[in-house]
Write a protein that binds this ligand. Sequence first.
Ligand code: PLP
Length: 402
Amino acid sequence: MDYKDFNPAAALHSAMKPGELDGVNPPVSDSATFKFSTADIMSETFEGKTEGCFLYSRHWNPTNHRLADAIAAMEGAEAGWVTASGMAAITTTILQLCCSGDHIVSSMTTYGGTFAFFRNFLPKFNIEVTFVDITDPEAVKDAVRDNTRLIYTETVTNPLLQVSDISLLAGLARKYNLKLVVDNTFTPMIVSPLLLGADIVVYSMTKFINGKNDSISGAICGPREFIDSLIDVNNGTAMLLGPVLDPLRASSILKNIYSLHIRMKKHSENALFLAEQLDKHGLKVRHPGLPDHPGHGVMKEMMHTQFGFGGLLTLDAGDTETAGKLMLSLQEKDVGYLAVSLGYFKTLFSNSGTSTSSEVPMDVQKKMGLSPGLIRFSIGLDPDIRDTWQRMKESLQETGMI
Ligand code: PLP
């Protein structure tokens, strides 16, 4: 099938299975352990030889399986596994793929927690990371060494909204015999990284996928062999470190993902409208849907058009103080909340350099082009975005930005 013919929403919905006992939703499997009919089946399950048997919920739980299968269908993946956070999905994947002495080439702009894990935590295990401008193929190539194990990026990076060319990076990964791991948190349904050649996709489901800001969760999607290796009882990172999602939460997230396609469209539509207005006023706005965004062309090639360019935009207020004043005024006018995170039905905004990217040292922030006044907006599902814009405009006037 041609990439552009793949519809993640249709794939997700057509893989939906009804519940049991005529319930439209699957039951919650509220069990930590499961009984076996014979001792032989129990030992075979420990050896990974049985299908459809559950041994312990840190390994697999039927409700988590439903959610993992749904996410895998949406990604066009063979399999998935769900985690207690996005960071759990990222750290589990990296620790499964890398051993002491290995090296990673990563986008310099990633979520601050990921950056801190790479820069401060992995050296404890003698794993080194080189940070590059992921939109520069030569920089990626130059960073590859004999001991490089993987390339890591975010489809649309946090917070600078750089667009990674997944097909190009997958080509490089293949050439140098590396794995390409992609965090698709900002662009579920919009981009399908596995179908563009990535090896593994990770998600913070805390964001758009769940969309309710009521819980923390994550997911890992990829080849069945890799997912199975994560839960190998002898050396699987997920099985041994235990970052599993609670099935009660899995059940709640499963109900939310079936409206993701409608939400993504609306987030994208609202974000593009506001980005265009800010742009018309000559402000320093960044959004992949604006024709002058450096990644606009790549985004158009990779996106499933019906879901738009995503719900994130950034605005450079010039300095931290102006950013603070603007955000306060926006909150007072109920444009949104001064809060971290994203993918919520209400607009959320934060000053990236002093919040979700504060783990990134000042000199690196400067190098990557993260200016002190940068505000990251996750645009909500406002039913009348024109009305929101009027209130936003008043805040911009009050702050002297227009
Ligand atoms: N990946 C991205 C792109 C993020 O923005 C975040 C959190 O902000 C994470 C991963 C971490 O996810 P979680 O907070 O669910 O652990």
